[in-house]
Design a protein around this ligand. Structure first.
Ligand SMILES: [Zn+2]
Ligand SMILES: [Zn+2]
Length: 383
């Protein structure tokens, strides 16, 4: 049996009359009786046909309609968007009809294409993707160490590219004094590697007109012949006794930079443990350089840790600001180092900090190239 529509007995004029009187605020129970309508009074408006919007659907050209609201809703000046009963288009920004969804997909694709083009232009203007003609012994040791560390951290994606250093279990390099960026810059300047334009989302970020990029999340194109074989040759060369002439001195230079970055990172850890800010960068760099002339990284850790404690005590005694205390750390550490040199104090040194494990660059430099392992941490370069 078809469902009885409560208003179907009314002709168009009577129906319009009922609608007008309902919205004019007349008593609904009286209207139901007068028009002989059988329905729950509060549901009467739900049986009204939608009103005409007075314009056609932009998708299928059928007339648009506006759904009814109860008169309470209408008093709140709420209006529902016009819609099409044929193709289901709704006049809102987020219409989910098939035509609007398809148009949005096309717009999104065009936007994505524009972003990809901007990234491709940025990369093409900045780096050359032309493969080099180079053999492992033509690189500096610094480039060789950086390259091997990058490949080991990133992992092979295929025969000519490696993944992001961000995903490596072993960090690429200590986060001190911009050391990781300097190492990757060596590779970029050589033209040995270049970030892939199709690196994961978030690698290339546009800020206004400018395009920036994140080294940590980039995938890397390797721009030398037969990369897997090249890396094998490089590992063999590093393990051999026939190093290029400059490599030993070069390795000691990287050792120094790595040691300084490890001290910097440990200083950051020490001040964080004591709720102090970092001391000034110039003073800290000078201090670390001075310490490393005589002490191993392990001994520097001990000197820095003790000086952070001195700074905290001094702060408590003198009621100075945290920044002042952080700067005091530099002087305190220098005095400690000077006295221990003058009076020949033994400094036993610290083990590696649990939270600051060895980095890939440390493994590559000290295990693969210099083959003395953690001696790189426990002994000073003077000895
Ligand atoms: Zn339509
Ligand atoms: Zn639509």
């Amino acid at each position: 049996m078809p469902i009885q529509q409560p208003l179907e007995h009314l002709d168009a004029t009577a129906l319009q009359d009922l609608i007008d009187r309902y919205y004019a605020g007349e008593n609904v129970a009286v209207l139901l009786q007068k028009f002989n309508v059988a329905c729950c009074p509060r549901d009467l408006w739900r049986h009204f046909p939608p009103s005409e919007a007075g314009r056609d659907c932009p998708v299928c050209s059928e007339p648009l309609v506006v759904p009814r609201l109860s008169r309470t809703g209408t008093r709140g000046k709420i209006t529902l968007p016009a819609r099409c009963t044929t193709c289901l288009h709704v006049e809102t920004l987020h219409c989910a009809c098939s035509a609007c969804s398809a148009a949005r997909r096309v717009a999104d694709q065009a936007k994505e294409l524009k972003v990809r083009e901007a990234i491709a232009n940025f990369c093409a203007n900045r780096w050359s993707y032309t493969p080099l003609k180079i053999t492992p012994d033509q690189m500096s040791a610094e480039a060789a160490i950086a390259l091997l560390s990058l490949v080991r951290c990133g992992g092979w994606l295929n025969d000519s590219s490696v993944g992001a250093i961000r995903n490596s279990v072993i960090p690429f390099a200590p986060q001190g004094a911009d050391f990781p960026r300097q190492l990757l810059d060596v590779l970029l300047e050589y033209g040995l590697v270049a970030p892939q334009p199709n690196s994961p989302a978030g690698t290339f970020v546009a800020t206004g007109e400018d395009q920036g990029w994140e080294m940590e999340s980039a995938h890397w194109e390797l721009l030398f012949p037969d990369p897997p074989d090249f890396i094998r040759q490089l590992e063999c060369l590093a393990a051999s006794s026939s190093w290029p002439e400059a490599w030993l001195a070069d390795c000691h230079l990287v050792w120094k930079k790595l040691a300084a970055a490890e001290c910097w990172e440990f200083c950051k850890y020490s001040v964080q443990q004591r709720d102090l800010p970092m001391p000034g960068a110039t003073a800290l760099s000078a201090l670390i350089e001075n310490l490393l002339q005589d002490y191993s990284v392990s001994q520097c850790y001990q000197l820095i840790w003790a000086s952070a404690a001195d700074a905290t005590d001094y702060r408590a005694r003198k009621r100075i600001t945290a920044q002042h205390a952080a700067n005091y750390l530099i002087g305190a550490c220098q005095r400690r180092a000077d006295r221990s040199r003058a009076e020949d104090w033994p400094i036993k040194g610290f083990k590696r900090n649990f939270e600051l494990g060895r980095t890939q660059v440390s493994h590559v430099l000290h295990d693969v190239f210099l083959t003395h392992g953690e001696a790189g941490f426990f002994s000073s370069q003077k000895t």
